[in-house]
Design a protein. Structure first.
Length: 544
């Protein structure tokens, strides 16, 4: 079960997930009937789910059943029992509807631009395949080839005998060859796994590489790695499979059938990799229930999830948006000198939007809380390395020192380490240019000069002394990476000290101790950068 809130901005925020493996389809694919034991377990699980829904004050609820109930001769007995004991009306959906809901979830989570992409969902009784190009399904299919069904019919020994594996492979060829060959001719760019069974295999490949598992969404395994895993899995018995790194103990009996099926699909379509998607059928049901099924692309999926995470922890996030605006201007002015690739501009913007979300947990060391929230938030459309780059850049925004080191940074490639350092250097200056969280700075223009790189800061008629003072102190890393001085100064439009325009400066944005504008001769502000910084700290404005 998945429970979610829908924000005013139309974002879906998952607040709870509950899972209990009851194997409702056990033996049903051979006998055609649900067993009394599996029905008991399912009824008990649904009662627990209903209690969670009540505790979460759920307003709208939808319950669906798939292959096992679809095919059971005694399904009406089961559905009436559930209605009688829980009050829940269970909707039995078709395989085609199942594939459509899975597609909606994957499109929301990944965008699915380009392609063709092949979506693969392996359940206990059925397999759903969807071929997608540019966010649109070319076809949606459901086949009675689920892992439990194949295990019960073909792999009756443990470990399975060679003849059993051959018989299963021959069956898959008869059932799937035509549709998979058609997908291959269209040029499948990747296969996307949208079920726990498939994604547990990806987790095993990652563990075999020695990777920290963490977030599985968008993690990948090559076709060659999946073939090697299949060979290893079919050689082991259940107890040995349970000892494999990252193996799901509740699925060890289904691993051989699932691995054989996945390897067959990858090889038959000539798909180079298998990518994990954490959203599948349940989330597809949820999106439709919330009225959020969308045909927007990958770029929108990325931005939508970043903005949802920022809104969750930073509300309107005015400071984050201002820092992002300034960071992109700085990037445009010095990206070439920093040897930053054009595609990382987007990652910089997202790091800036999220850099302060850790304040929701605690001010001290908030950058570390920010790192954790980014790493573990549901950010869609990003691969794990992109998530790490965003999280590390955001975590590094606060330090004044030019030294930037951590075990997480060291684990990245040399190119990615350079990217993180460049983004962090830009983000430090951009954050400093909104030191008062008052949107003082309107724009930044960067021009080369004999003395170094000059940042001309335009704040109109508002005094940006505090921002300039803080940014100059925070420019050390950027200067080191550029191998030249970074000089921050007001633009030519900035009024000089003593001009009447300075009366609009600090009094408007911070106020003095008594809440009135500090003034001097002719009503002009006379607060210098240092006193303004002290004033900000005394009256609750965030320190760096």
């Amino acid at each position: 079960m998945v429970v979610a809130d829908v924000t005013r901005g139309g974002h879906l925020v998952v607040v709870d997930r509950v899972k209990e493996l009851v194997r409702l389809g056990r033996r049903v694919f051979l006998t055609g009937r649900l067993t009394a034991e599996s029905m008991d377990l399912a009824a008990r699980a649904l009662k627990h789910f209903q209690q969670v829904a009540q505790a979460r004050h759920v307003k709208r609820l939808r319950v669906v059943a798939t292959s096992a109930v679809r095919e059971a001769a005694n399904r009406s007995v089961f559905l009436k029992r559930i209605r009688r004991e829980t009050g829940l009306a269970v909707e039995v959906i078709s395989g085609q509807e199942e594939a459509r809901l899975i597609f909606n979830a994957a499109r929301y989570a990944l965008g699915l631009d380009g392609g063709p992409h092949l979506l693969l969902d392996v359940g206990g009784g059925s397999v759903e395949l969807v071929l997608v190009r540019e966010g649109r399904p070319l076809w949606l299919r459901s086949f009675p080839l689920g892992a439990a069904r194949l295990t019960e019919r073909f792999l009756t020994s443990d470990p399975p005998r060679e003849a059993q594996v051959a018989a299963l492979t021959a069956h898959l060829k008869r059932e799937l060859a035509e549709v998979l060959d058609g997908a291959r001719r269209l040029g499948v760019t990747r296969t996307i796994g949208t079920s726990g069974t498939v994604n547990s295999l990806i987790a095993m490949v990652r563990a075999g590489r020695g990777e920290e598992l963490g977030r599985l969404h968008c993690a990948s395994a090559s076709a060659a790695e999946m073939a090697a895993l299949k060979n290893r899995v079919v050689e082991c018995d259940a107890s040995e499979r349970a000892e494999l790194p990252a193996a799901d103990a509740k699925r060890v009996d289904l691993m051989p059938a699932a691995a054989i099926l996945v390897d067959f699909i990858l090889s038959r379509t000539n798909s180079p990799e298998l990518v994990a998607c954490s959203w599948a059928l349940r989330e597809g049901v949820l999106l439709e229930l919330a009225g959020l099924a969308s045909d927007r692309g990958a770029a929108d999926a990325r931005r939508r999830s970043v903005e949802a995470l920022a809104a969750r922890f930073s509300g309107s996030n005015a400071h984050g948006r201002q820092v992002a605006w300034l960071a992109l201007q700085i990037y445009d002015g010095c990206a070439a000198s920093l040897a930053l690739a054009p595609e990382v501009r987007e990652l910089l913007e997202y790091a800036a939007l999220l850099h302060d979300i850790g304040h929701r947990i605690d001010h001290d060391r908030h950058q570390h809380h920010t790192y954790y929230l980014i790493k573990n938030g549901e950010l869609f459309g990003f691969d794990p390395i992109e998530i790490e780059v965003i999280a590390l850049a955001a975590r590094s925004h606060r330090k004044q020192s030019a030294k930037l080191e951590s075990p997480q940074l060291d684990a990245l490639s040399r190119e990615k380490r350079r990217t993180v350092r460049g983004l962090a250097a830009i983000l430090r200056v951009a954050d400093a240019l909104d030191r008062s969280h008052s949107n003082v700075v309107r724009s930044v223009a960067i021009t080369p000069a004999p003395a170094g790189l000059v940042f001309e800061v335009d704040s109109g008629t508002i005094d940006a002394a505090l921002e300039l003072w803080t940014a100059q102190r925070r420019a050390e890393l950027l200067a080191r990476l550029l191998d030249r001085k970074v000089i921050l100064q007001p633009s030519g439009a900035f009024p000089q000290n003593g001009s009447p325009a300075r009366t609009r400066s600090l009094g408007k944005h911070l106020g003095n101790v008594n809440g009135s504008r500090p003034s001097g001769k002719n009503g002009a502000s006379r607060i210098n950068a240092k006193s303004r910084a002290n004033h900000a700290i005394r009256h609750g404005h965030r320190a760096e």
